[in-house]
Ligand binder design. Structure first.
Ligand code: GAR
Length: 216
């Protein structure tokens, strides 16, 4: 069966993008990264993608008069490559409402907190400052509301005494690299369905391991 073509949007390091590319090297993985688009030309993630033999495009938002015209150019690049799912992976450019409307139900994002707690930026520091005992990451559908679309899956990690934003971010990132390829697989397998603001994933075992922090 033809693999789902995924377009990954990045602005920086691209470690989640690299996790998706790596997952897609498995013969039985049902998706492939068809193109990586960055709004920052000299970002390390683009080089990582190129080294892995993945097509890339750098489209600077600075060359466009407004958000929507930039978004339309990005979209054209994705469509040129036959993309069926857009995965935002550290894409730090706020999009016009046109983009998530155009890619409705075919655009997902990964965010380093347990949404709806801590949308926005510097979220690991926000979790520490709030005294959270547990944090994690969320993969969600993208809508016009920032970090607020329907939640598909989350992974939780403890916030440990002595954590700073960097140690917590590193712990969360390890789980991001597991979670994102898993969700893309589910999407490609047609197992994710959306009903209003709720997402159902078919074929996953019911029940999950509890995470206590501190662990009693
Ligand atoms: C990741 O932690 C991702 O969850 C976060 O940026 C980092 C990108 O790292 N995204 C957001 O904060 C979006 N709101 P990466 O470039 O190595 O994948």
């Amino acid at each position: 069966m033809a693999k789902l073509k995924v377009g990954v949007l990045i602005s920086g390091r691209g470690s989640n993008m690299a996790a998706l590319i790596e997952a897609a090297t498995a013969a039985d993985y049902p998706a492939e990264v068809a193109v990586v688009v960055s709004n920052v030309a000299d970002t390390p993630g683009l080089k990582t993608a190129q080294d892995a033999g993945v097509a890339t495009a750098a489209i600077s938002h600075k060359g466009f008069p407004d958000r929507e015209s930039f978004d339309r150019a990005v979209s054209a690049e994705l469509e040129k490559r036959g993309v069926g799912l857009v995965a935002l992976a550290g894409f730090m450019r706020i999009q016009s409402p046109w983009f998530p409307a155009h890619w409705k139900d075919r655009i997902i994002n990964i965010h380093p907190s347990l949404l709806p707690a801590f949308p926005g930026l510097r979220v690991q520091q926000q979790a520490i400052d709030a005294g959270s005992r547990i944090s994690g990451c969320t993969v969600h559908f993208v809508t016009a509301d920032l970090d607020a679309g329907p939640i598909i899956a989350q992974a939780a990690v403890p916030v440990l005494p002595g954590d700073d934003a960097d140690t917590l971010a590193a712990r969360i990132l390890r789980q991001e690299h597991r979670l994102y390829p898993m969700v893309v697989r589910w999407f490609a397998e047609g197992r994710i369905s959306l009903s209003g603001a709720k997402v159902a994933v078919a074929g996953v075992p019911k029940g999950a391991t509890l995470l206590f922090s501190p662990d009693p």
